[in-house]
Design a protein around this ligand. Structure first.
Ligand code: ADP
Ligand code: ZN
Ligand code: ZN
Length: 743
């Protein structure tokens, strides 16, 4: 006998459980993972629909109580079956409800396909005119307006009619009834419009590129599927290799998914895909509405496009003939979901590829420590590009010790070297990029006399100054006016510290009054195309200097930029985070990668108080391998991923005392349950890095072990205990495996 595990109607969270049903003989051949079935449910055995998510040969409980599947509502199709299998794996691997997992992988069909209704004349224009004359006599003004508009335009959108001409539904209905007009419903494909720019410029691959591509191509032809790490310095021409790989699989009738960390920041790159593949490509923007997103995914399902480009959610594009998943800039934190299931796109991509017999290509100039470890062990195949593609060479990097600047009595935020180089670039008409690592460093306000810092009332963080007066919390958005007098000691010496992008721009205006400056940060990019507009202006040469947060150094290709500066490289180094060295190294290396991409050589200046930190020193030398060696030995020693695995049990409550008590109980529960395994480390509970956000207190317990499966087992025990009431559900909890950010 066969049994099916079924999730009932994924739209109601109340039923987040698996139910087991018998598969009757007559349906055995048709019920698969992904089949939508009708089952008797509840007291009256009303029929409900559900998805089969697993099939097994034992019911797992009293067989006499198992009911049978009544009928099939929809046969499984391959894609949905695979995506549901994937969801099942994600739920287990990361921790979430079944419904959260399913909603992550299945396109949200509740925001259903949009049909648009057109209105047309159903009679000849002459006849229409005679009707109009009759209506005019009777003062049926709406009908007159409608017919006139149709005579003039032929066809009109129903929404247009109601919005612009104020014509009601009943007017339209009555004319339809009289047979004078008719309605036509058409499926509306909202197109997110990537403009391609004329002909595709295809480079002939250089030797290194060709070798990387050939390895992939030969494997692919021989039926070998796997994961590749394309490790190529900035400007090595990785995109060009991706394009050829996609060509290769699409020419064999397969489709491809390309993940990009943040579309808005990489429109130039996306355009290269559009140029090459034209209408075969669609782009899932993070700013698309859900309906638009659904439409684009639906086009993938119906085979109308072969390539989907998008952020991590594009991973679930419903291709049934998937051949390749590319993850560009695979080291980026944006690939980790911050909502349950807190999955990493890299791992899920590899799982999906396995289910669909596809390959995965990860690309980066600064591979994640995770991926490089796997490449070294042979689990991923390493493809290397050591040189820049065109004639461009890697930029010279200069480290400026800010302590020396102080000694030389230079109190400006610009070092002497930076000033000299900016002057030089301004004279030559070349461009400069200056960035600050984190927006969070925008001026916090503090009292010089007593040290008081203005904090948010609802969050455990300082308020940041925007402009001269307004202060804002970057966690909850609450606002206040900057106090003139210290609330603590009444001193008048209360002022802004730290360096925000605005202050940098002010300083540039002072030191280089003739320079044209653009600023790009969260504040200046709020509008829909905010990023694109600023980047385009800069690309056109409308400004000499682009100032911004780290968003400005991700992936752009501006040939006229010959100077890049990290104004204060330490800021990311001392975050409380085991990945902070890696983040700093990545950022500085990627930033340097923006300089000198054209024919003119580039330079990067790193201003820092810690010139001897290995993340800084080794990025100067563009020496990823040595950085990796140092970093992995640190991770081994401290048992951090990927040397070991860890997961955070994040606990939240409005009441600090309740949270204290419950997190202690959780800790005891975890310790009791890990007794069965050797060497599990349980750390905490400790206050989260930001203890309070929006009036909610947060604590965390870390659990570490070399074996991921043991951690999953621990997680399952906690989940079960919360479900059956052994652990309190009075606080909220979630899990984060191998976290990318500090909770
Ligand atoms: P990456 O993604 O590795 O940083 P890109 O793919 O953006 O590098 O390529 C960097 C620059 O080199 C781009 O301007 C690209 O057009 C150019 N390029 C790439 N491959 C070649 C090639 N084979 N010959 C000449 N120029 C190339
Ligand atoms: Zn004070
Ligand atoms: Zn706040």
């Amino acid at each position: 006998m066969a049994f099916a595990e079924i999730i009932i109607d994924i739209s109601t969270t109340a039923l987040d459980r698996i139910f087991t049903y018998e598969i009757p003989e007559s349906l055995v051949d048709r019920v698969e993972v992904g089949t939508k079935v009708l089952i008797p449910f509840g007291k009256g055995d009303n029929l409900k629909s559900g998805y089969v998510i697993n099939i097994k040969s034992e019911p797992g409980f009293d067989i006499t109580k198992v009911k049978s599947i009544k009928d099939i509502e929809l046969d499984a199709d391959l894609v949905e079956g695979n995506l549901i299998r994937l969801a099942y794996w994600m739920k287990d691997h990361y921790g979430s409800t079944y419904i959260q997992a399913l909603e992550t992988v299945l396109p949200n069909n509740r925001k259903a396909p949009k049909n648009v209704t057109y209105i047309k004349l159903n009679v000849d224009a002459d006849i229409a005119k005679s009707y109009r004359a009759q209506y005019e006599l009777r003062h049926y003004n709406a009908k007159v307006r409608l017919i006139s508009a149709l005579i003039e335009n032929g066809v009109m959108l129903r929404t247009e009619l109601s919005k612009n001409l104020n014509i009601s539904k009943s007017t339209i209905d009555s004319l339809v009834k009289e047979g004078i007009i008719r309605e036509e419903e058409v499926r509306d494909y909202r197109n997110p419009n990537v403009s391609s720019e004329g002909a595709a410029s295809k480079h002939r691959l250089n030797q290194e590129q060709q070798a990387a591509f050939d390895t992939f191509k030969e494997d692919y032809a021989n039926g070998i599927r796997g994961t590749y790490l394309l490790f190529g310095v900035t400007g090595a021409g990785k995109t060009e290799v991706y394009l050829d790989m996609i060509d290769e699989v699409t020419s064999k009738g397969k489709s491809a998914i390309v993940l990009i960390p943040e579309i808005a920041l990489t429109y130039q790159n996306v355009r290269r895909f559009a140029n090459r593949f034209g209408d075969d490509v669609t782009v899932i923007h993070s700013r698309l509405s859900e309906g638009e997103r659904y439409d684009q995914l639906d086009r993938a399902k119906r085979g109308e496009v072969k390539v989907v480009i998008g952020p991590r959610s594009a991973l679930f594009a419903p291709f049934d003939n998937l051949g390749l998943i590319i993850i560009d800039e695979e080291h980026e934190g944006a690939y980790k979901s911050e909502q349950a299931p807190r999955y990493h796109a890299r791992e899920v991509a590899i799982k999906r590829a396995e289910l669909s017999n596809a390959s995965v290509v990860l690309g980066s100039a600064t591979p994640s420590v995770e991926s490089y470890t796997k490449a070294l062990s042979g689990e991923y195949k390493l493809l290397t590009l050591k040189e820049r593609a065109s004639d461009a060479v890697l930029p010279e990097v200069s480290i400026v010790d800010l302590k020396d600047e102080l000694k030389a009595k230079n109190f400006s935020m610009f070092s002497r070297e930076l000033k000299a180089d900016i002057t030089d670039r301004l004279n030559k008409g070349e461009q400069t990029m200056i960035f600050i690592n984190r927006r969070g460093m925008a001026g916090f306000v503090s009292c010089i006399d007593c040290g008081y810092v203005v904090k948010c009332k609802h969050c455990d963080v300082s308020m940041k100054l925007h402009g001269d007066k307004l202060m804002m919390c970057h966690y909850c958005g609450s606002k206040m006016i900057k106090p003139d007098i210290c609330p603590e000691c009444k001193s008048k010496h209360i002022k802004a510290f730290g360096t925000g992008t605005e202050r940098v721009v002010k300083e540039i205006n002072k030191v280089f009054p003739k320079a044209r400056v653009l600023r790009m940060d969260a504040d200046t990019t709020k509008s829909k195309d905010g990023h694109e507009k600023i980047l385009e202006q800069f690309a056109r040469g409308d400004a000499d200097i682009l100032v911004g947060t780290q968003m400005i150094v991700k992936g752009h290709d501006f040939p006229n930029v010959t100077l890049v500066c990290a104004l204060a490289a330490d800021l990311s180094l001392f975050e409380q985070d085991f990945r902070s060295n890696e983040k700093t190294f990545d950022l500085l290396t990627q930033a340097a990668g923006r300089a000198g991409r054209g024919s003119k050589p580039g330079k990067m200046i790193i201003q820092t108080r810690h010139p001897d930190e290995y993340a800084i020193k080794l990025s100067k030398a563009h020496d990823y391998e040595s950085f990796y060696e140092q970093e992995i030995s640190y991770r081994r020693m401290a048992k951090y991923p990927p040397a070991s695995h860890m997961f955070s049990v994040c606990m939240l409550s409005k009441r600090a005392d309740e949270l204290d008590k419950q997190s202690g109980i959780y800790k005891a529960f975890i310790e009791e349950n890990v007794k069965a395994f050797d060497n599990v480390r349980v750390i905490g509970p400790v206050e989260a890095y930001v203890y309070k956000v929006k009036d909610i207190y947060r604590r965390v317990i870390y659990v570490k072990h070399d074996d991921y499966d043991i951690l999953v087992d621990v997680k399952n025990r906690i989940e079960d205990a919360i479900k059956d009431g052994r652990l309190s559900s009075g606080i909220s909890t979630y899990f984060d495996f191998d976290p990318m950010t500090t909770f």
